[in-house]
Ligand binder design. Structure first.
Ligand code: PEP
Length: 252
């Protein structure tokens, strides 16, 4: 079964609510006839306005992170229920910038995945090896640890709302995109891990996105690979023209 492509934009710590509305009001008409599923994750503070601006379009708005607890004395944190109430329909979890700068572990990511799925959010779980791990040939070991750890005790029913993003850390924000063949080999391995946990049928229905310096001109070749079902895009999702060109590239 060919999965419908997903192109997801991770805006990181860029754009205010007003800027998000301006972006979506110009971007949405450009992608109106696209068959691609388009996701945008603005900062927390722009979710409500972005979701209102995206209403009536096929763009889903989501968050880039959340806390695993529903509520409590966690100053500065935001829960799954809160982002959902603000208009988020998905959440990115375990992004390498969260793992690197905020010391997120597979155990902590797993608690967030459980909480997000329980709240009815789609989860984009990010995995991927660092440059040193890549150089030492440890990619599969890292992916196994992150997938098995991140999805521990996630049932098959819950896994239906799951998307995986393979993001080699050495490719994020560096301009160094993985070759389609190299990405495909990691994606095929992730599919194998999902098959071990959920069986072939369900594993074949889980979208696996590639992330790491995705550019418009590289999108069609990436999308041709059998296990690449879309892209998670950072820098290039901040500009209307480039993000729309990536969506167009995923359509062909
Ligand atoms: C990301 O932040 O998930 C990402 C892939 O960033 P970039 O496209 O800028 O490499």
């Amino acid at each position: 079964m060919k999965l419908n492509p997903i192109i997801a934009g991770n805006w990181k710590m860029f754009k205010t609510g007003k800027e998000a509305v301006e972006f979506i009001s110009v971007f949405a008409p450009k992608v109106k006839n696209s068959s691609v599923d388009i996701y945008i994750a603005p900062p927390f503070t722009a979710i409500y306005q972005a979701a209102a601006a995206a209403k009536g379009s096929s763009i889903l708005i989501g968050a880039q992170n959340m806390h695993a607890e529903q509520e409590g004395a966690y100053t500065g944190e935001i829960s799954a229920g809160m982002i959902k109430a603000a208009g988020a329909e998905f959440v990115i979890l375990g992004h390498s910038e969260r793992r690197q700068h905020f010391h997120e572990t597979d155990e902590g990511v797993n608690l967030k995945v459980k909480s997000a799925l329980k709240a009815g959010l789609i989860v984009i779980l990010c995995v991927g090896e660092m440059q040193s791990e890549h150089d030492q040939g440890l990619t599969e070991e890292v992916l196994r640890r992150q997938i098995e750890g991140g999805l521990k005790d996630i049932t098959a029913e819950e896994a239906a709302s799951l998307v995986i993003a393979y993001e080699p850390v050495w490719a994020i924000g560096t301009g160094k995109t993985a070759t389609p063949e190299l990405a495909e080999s990691a994606h095929a391995f992730i599919r194998k891990l999902l098959t071990e946990q959920y069986g072939e049928k369900l594993a074949s229905q889980i979208s696996i996105l590639y992330g790491g310096s995705v550019k418009p001109e590289l999108t069609p070749d990436l999308m041709e690979m059998p296990n690449i079902n879309g892209a998670l895009v950072g820098g290039a999702s901040l500009k209307i023209e480039t993000f729309a060109a990536i969506v167009a590239g995923a359509t062909k």
